[in-house]
Write a protein that binds this ligand. Structure first.
Ligand code: ATP
Ligand code: MG
Ligand code: FE
Length: 340
């Protein structure tokens, strides 16, 4: 079946078409530049941008895929979690297409979509698989026995998300928003052992994470340097911060694989684009006999492909479609693959 996926939970308007694990087109319009000067996503600005971008993005994606909308077999849309106004634009558009084309509508979970998207690059996910989801708003370890029907939360951040920590630390270092890419770049010229930053919840026996202490430690370190009149060695701070994040993420992910006897790990979400996280995960997984899969960076950040990929899964699993009065859920828990 041909699935159209629509994503609008944050600041990317994404529309994609997939058939099974085959990605036909994936168009993204981002309003990230409009938020840059505020140092974070402004919800009203994001909603307005979605509204303007939605129809042209659907058209462009269909053109690229070489399909007509009437060929679509099902429409999948992010129902949550995300920003209320932003979600509403995608869900309303999806309902309109479902109604106009007389096709079933599936309101799906954005976070599970981040995991499902890997199938478009590496083929069907092994069952079970441990998923490390690291994005701007979430940091979670999941045990996925089945993408459509059995996703279990093992642990999550108790405060900041990993991506949020990147964005805040970038701000402390006067690097642009979003902070992940510039920190990743700056860290290339730095020494990760120059400074030892704290690893939150290290070895506490849980699969939870904490990044607010790390962010505070970086802030204090930068302040101390400034007070002492020393220039802040941005590459060293970036490398040491990045090391602390990658260290605790990969350790807990590998521990989860061991405890549950799982031989496969998938890492996704925007922070999965991080070069140090990818490298360290490969090393530690190889040592533990775990195979690691990370989608290409373009698929790690928000896009329609992840939603279409998950849509294909729920359709294949035979789950019932969502009602046309499907509601958005800003805090949809990750264990709920479909909303409602
Ligand atoms: P959520 O999926 O939780 O709703 P989101 O969709 O906003 O949040 P994503 O688009 O998946 O999050 O990821 C964005 C985050 O990824 C930003 O915080 C950004 O700084 C971070 N990021 C992007 N590239 C990199 C990188 N190379 N290294 C580290 N972080 C990165
Ligand atoms: Mg984004
Ligand atoms: Fe996301």
């Amino acid at each position: 079946p041909l699935i159209m996926g629509i994503e609008s939970s944050c600041d990317e308007t994404g529309v994609a078409f997939v058939r099974g694990c085959e990605l036909l087109a994936d168009e993204v319009a981002s309003s990230v530049d409009e938020h840059a000067r505020f140092g974070g996503v402004v919800p009203e600005v994001a909603s307005r941008a979605h509204l303007e971008a939605m129809t042209p993005t659907v058209r462009r994606a269909a053109e690229r895929a070489g399909v007509r909308l009437s060929d679509v077999d099902a429409i999948a849309v992010t129902a949550g979690p995300g920003l209320a106004g932003a979600l509403l634009v995608g869900v309303s558009a999806a309902k309109a297409y479902a109604l106009a084309l007389d096709k079933p509508l599936y309101g799906v979970n954005h976070l599970v979509g981040h995991v499902a998207v890997d199938q478009l690059e590496h083929g069907p996910l092994p069952k079970p698989v441990v998923a490390l989801l690291v994005s701007g708003g979430h940091t979670s370890l999941l045990l996925v026995r089945d993408l459509a029907t059995d996703v279990r939360l093992l642990g999550e951040t108790v405060d900041d998300a990993a991506g949020e920590a990147y964005d805040k630390v970038a701000r402390l270092l006067s690097l642009p928003y979003p902070g992940g890419p510039p920190i990743d770049r700056a860290a290339r010229d730095g020494d990760p052992r120059a400074i030892r930053f704290p690893r939150g919840k290290w070895g506490d026996g849980s699969y939870d994470f904490s990044f607010s202490g790390l962010k505070t430690a970086v802030a204090r370190w930068v302040e101390d340097a400034e007070h002492a009149g020393r220039a802040v060695p941005v590459p060293d701070v970036a490398a040491a911060f990045q090391e602390a994040v990658a260290d605790v993420l990969t350790r807990k992910a590998v521990d989860a694989c061991r405890e549950h006897g799982v031989r496969h790990l998938v890492i996704s979400g925007g922070v999965a684009a991080n070069s140090r996280l990818r490298r360290l995960a490969e090393q530690r997984c190889a040592a533990a006999g775990v195979e690691v899969r990370v989608p290409r960076p373009r698929l790690c950040t928000d896009n329609g492909a992840m939603i279409a990929a998950l849509g294909a899964e729920v359709v294949a699993a035979g789950l019932p479609p969502s009602p046309l009065d499907l509601a958005t859920d800003t805090s949809l828990p990750v264990g709920s693959v479909m909303a409602g």
